[in-house]
Design a protein around this ligand. Structure first.
Ligand SMILES: [Zn+2]
Length: 135
C-alpha cells in the first residue's frame, strides 16, 4: 500500500501481512484474502484515499529473488483485474534466509495472461531506498 509521487516514484507506506488464516508451505502460499481485502479497505479509508493498493510482496525462503512463473502470472493478473485499480502493479520478492534476505522490487510495464501457468509479463526493476521516519 502507498502512493505514487509526482516524479513517478512508488512510495510504500504500509505492508499487509498474510493474515491468520493464510496457508503457508515450502513452495506455495495462499493469503487470507478476506483479511487482506479488509486491511486494504481500512488503510485506504484511514488515509482519506491517499494510500492505495500498489501490489504484492512475499518471500522465497532459502530461494532467489527472481520472479517465478506463478509470480509473473500473479503480477499480470493484478494488472488485468479491474478491482485492483492498478495497471502497473509492483511486486517485491524477498529471497534468502533470515538475516540474509535480498530484495527484488519490480514494476509491471505490460502483460497478458496466457494458458495456465504462463503469461506475458514485462517488468522493470525498481531501485530501492528506505526512509525511516523520525519519531
Ligand atoms: Zn514468488
Amino acid at each position: 500500500m502507498g502512493y505514487r509521487g509526482n516524479n513517478g516514484d512508488v512510495v510504500v507506506t504500509d505492508m499487509i501481512d498474510a493474515g491468520d488464516k493464510a496457508f503457508h508451505c515450502r513452495y506455495r502460499f495462499i493469503p487470507d484474502q478476506d483479511y487482506q481485502l479488509g486491511e486494504i479497505a481500512r488503510t485506504y479509508l484511514e488515509s482519506d484515499g491517499l494510500v492505495t493498493y500498489l501490489g504484492d510482496w512475499h518471500t522465497h525462503p532459502n530461494g532467489s529473488t527472481e520472479l517465478s512463473l506463478l509470480d509473473r502470472r500473479t503480477l499480470t493478473k493484478i494488472a488485468t483485474t479491474d478491482e485492483s485499480k492498478n495497471k502497473e502493479p509492483i511486486m517485491v520478492v524477498f529471497g534468502g534466509s533470515i538475516g540474509e534476505f535480498d530484495v527484488n522490487p519490480v514494476q509491471l510495464v505490460s502483460g497478458q495472461l496466457r494458458f495456465w501457468p504462463f503469461s506475458t509479463c514485462n517488468f522493470i526493476p525498481l531501485s530501492l531506498e528506505i526512509y525511516v521516519p523520525d519519531n
